[in-house]
Design a protein around this ligand. Structure first.
Ligand code: GDP
Length: 189
């Protein structure tokens, strides 16, 4: 089962960035915000498995895609269908562990609410996998300056040593910083 699922992945030809987070965390909005700028856009979907969507990202004016975004469900989220959580060990874990061209993982966590058990599990998994990853603190525009600083402080205490990028798909805050992290990871930095 796992082997044939992995076999459905597109050939590992381009650097990949994985987006992980429970549903409603703002994952689609982050992806759309990143690719909606004038420098990049999604083109055709090169592949799709039952749990992972692959999006090609092509810079405007460039003929070929240079990057793949992969969209994965969060780890062990209690409210996702049992079927989906069962797929973590089946092929999301193998993807995160073995994919040779996976350059960067982004763990999306809603900054408006205390980090959930599933967020903790996701960060612990990424730490143990040895992957380069950072936390994207989503929907940052919903909090006032002080509230946001307090929430980010609580997140930093919860995830010591992890880079946390506050992000708002609504205002574009954090977009440049995230693109910079992606470009560094693509360059192998
Ligand atoms: P997904 O299920 O993780 O893909 O989440 P979506 O991107 O569909 O977003 C879930 C909900 O959060 C939607 O109602 C969005 O409008 C809202 N949302 C997402 N990002 C932001 C943001 O940056 N700011 C605000 N205020 N709302 C957001």
């Amino acid at each position: 089962m796992a082997a044939s699922d992995v076999g459905q992945f597109p050939a590992p030809a381009l650097p990949e960035v994985a987006f992980l987070g429970r549903s409603n965390v703002g994952k689609s909005s982050v992806i759309n915000s990143l690719v909606g700028t004038k420098i990049a856009k999604t083109s055709s979907t090169p592949g799709r498995t039952r749990s992972i969507n692959f999006f090609e990202v092509r810079w405007a004016g460039k003929p070929a895609p240079e990057l793949i975004f992969t969209d994965l469900p969060g780890y062990g989220f209690a409210r996702i269908a049992r079927e989906v959580s069962a797929r973590w060990p089946e092929f999301i874990e193998p993807y995160l562990k073995d994919r040779p061209n996976l350059s960067l993982c982004l763990a999306l966590i809603d900054v408006n609410i205390p980090a959930q058990e599933s967020d903790q599990q996701l960060v612990e998994f990424l730490e143990s996998s040895g992957r380069t990853f950072l936390v994207v603190a989503t929907k940052a525009d919903r909090l006032s300056g002080n509230q946001l600083q307090n929430s980010l402080h609580a997140m930093r205490e919860r995830f010591p040593g992890v880079t946390i990028v506050p992000f708002s798909a609504r205002t574009g805050a954090g977009r440049n910083e995230l693109w910079q992290a992606i470009r560094e990871a693509m360059a192998g930095g």
